[in-house]
Design a protein around this ligand. Sequence first.
Ligand SMILES: [Zn+2]
Length: 444
Amino acid sequence: MTSLLVRNATILTMNDAFDVVEGAVLVRDGRIVAVGAEATIGSTPVDRVLDARQGFVLPGLVQTHVHLCQTLFRGYADDLPLLDWLRQRVWPLEAAHTPASLRASTALAAAELLLTGTTSVLTMETVHDTDAVLECLVGTGLRATVGKCMMDAPAEGVPPRLRESARRAIDESVALRRRWHGAGEGRLRVALAPRFAVSCTRDLLEAAAAVSAQEQVVVHTHASESRAEVDLVRRQTGMNNVAYLDATGLATSRLCVAHCIWIDDEEQRLIAERDVKVLHCPGSNLKLGSGLAPIAELAGRGVCVSLGADGAACNNRLDMFAEMRLAATLQAVRRGPGVLRARDVVWMATRGGARTLGADRELGSIEPGKHADLIVVDRSRPHLASAPDPYSALVYAAGGSDVRATVVGGAVLVDEFALTRIDPARAAAEAADEARRLAARAGL
Ligand SMILES: [Zn+2]
């Protein structure tokens, strides 16, 4: 039995009432057991005290769209639109991955994510060797829902190594789930990850829908990210992306769709009606020149929207604070300031992420019974010191480098701005070495 007391904190609970509490959080065996004034929590001895003086304590950030395997591609795939970016850089690099390069990429990503306050991710990996990613994740302490990328269609520019049969893609995904779902003391989960309509046959998408329904598995995919992709899907299927996903049986409350930029009114209605989850990636959408997603409209229809950095190959940061700021400011450009407020954006980054993963009862707020995933943001810094509203401070002024502590399942993984389980110098050196060799294998 291990216990942790986070004290002297301004706690943004992100509960249904958005209560902000001055006091402490008591954690036992990885779960939150009490939140409130320190005097009411009791004085039983604890194994560890984390002093959050001059800090905002908030739920750990949940990023619902990342690709850990692409972290080594950072800087190797700049300045291209989506389909060229995939064909010329990302697919050749993914095809050149080995278990060693995947481990280096995962460790580097975990280091960056934890240092900048992300405690949970939904990640789409590559076609092969996803065991290496999961093995590495166990040691990092990060909470992750991982899917092996599924691609079986003869799409233009796909290297032979990334194509497999629909049967093999499904069998391997199911086998990964048998091996890893619930591993790492329950932190690791396994999802299905058909890449996008362009690289999957209808047979594969229908088979994924059947497995998702049978086993209640989350499905993680991309759709309507660029206009060229939407045109391609229309040519191949005669339908828009979301209508096509619906026709395959995938459009359910378990479907998590990244981007959703170029969606019409009918698709927005369908997303809301089926409770499909939208994964908003504003940084990636800007860098690839993809477009501005209609997030205010989706939120207005009651759609659950959450946030992700996407990969380091298209962002190139994994800092959720950058995504929060962009999420708010881009909607201000589209629809006017105030259409998506700072508090709504913090909700997307915490509760929205938890709901997307089907884990709203386990994650996303600081409430008794939930996993003790929380972060401490240093509010003594010049750019945060005088802000009257904590949500405004976090969304508009804070950055990932303001995160002083990161706790996942009661384990302190970042303490006084330093990683406790990952050696950052070693992770950086291994990543630089593996990235060079990976790029050489890919012919870049
Ligand atoms: Zn992506």
